[in-house]
Ligand binder design. Structure first.
Ligand code: CMP
Length: 143
């Protein structure tokens, strides 16, 4: 079954949006298989955002992601990677459609509330980076 990694960033936690964001993915019908509130180390943040290492915003991005608690999660379901990206909305919240998480709650690209894996291969890499296999719970919702 397809899985994706998502993280409610420190701004989402600070603004009290954890419940709202979890609710959206539960209501959609995806299955939560991993969840933890954590402070992120600089090392993990740099590995996670390695693809952006040469970008000018990289130091600020790492500083922000490590600035406060974040909610790391893994969701499962058919097509969950692409569907979650649609539900999250465009990277810049000012361009994100109303009805998406960033479109409804954000205005700043550097404070865009939530990260979601951009492809199945990325999701596999990110899940392995953030979660041990013991932290993931396989279960089936009742039919
Ligand atoms: P995310 O989906 O977590 O992936 C990379 C992050 O880099 C992105 O969300 C933004 O929060 C951040 N980002 C992208 N572009 C910029 C930018 N121009 N300035 C600051 N942060 C950015």
């Amino acid at each position: 079954m397809e899985r994706t990694f998502m993280a409610i960033k420190p701004d989402g936690v600070q603004r009290g949006l954890v419940g709202e964001i979890l609710r959206r993915f539960e209501a959609k019908g995806f299955t939560l298989v991993g969840l933890k509130l954590m402070h992120v180390s600089k090392e993990l943040a740099e590995k996670h955002y390695d693809v952006h290492r040469e970008r000018p915003f990289f130091p600020g991005l790492v500083e922000f992601i490590t600035s406060g608690p974040l909610v790391a999660m893994v969701w499962e379901g058919d097509g969950v990677v692409a569907s979650a990206r649609k539900m999250i909305g465009a990277t810049n919240p000012l361009s994100a459609e109303p009805g998406t998480i960033r479109g409804d709650f954000g205005i700043s690209i550097g404070r865009n509330l939530i990260h979601g894996s951009d492809a199945i291969e990325t999701a596999q890499r990110e899940i392995a980076l953030w979660f041990s296999s013991e932290e993931l719970v396989s279960w089936q919702p009742a039919a």
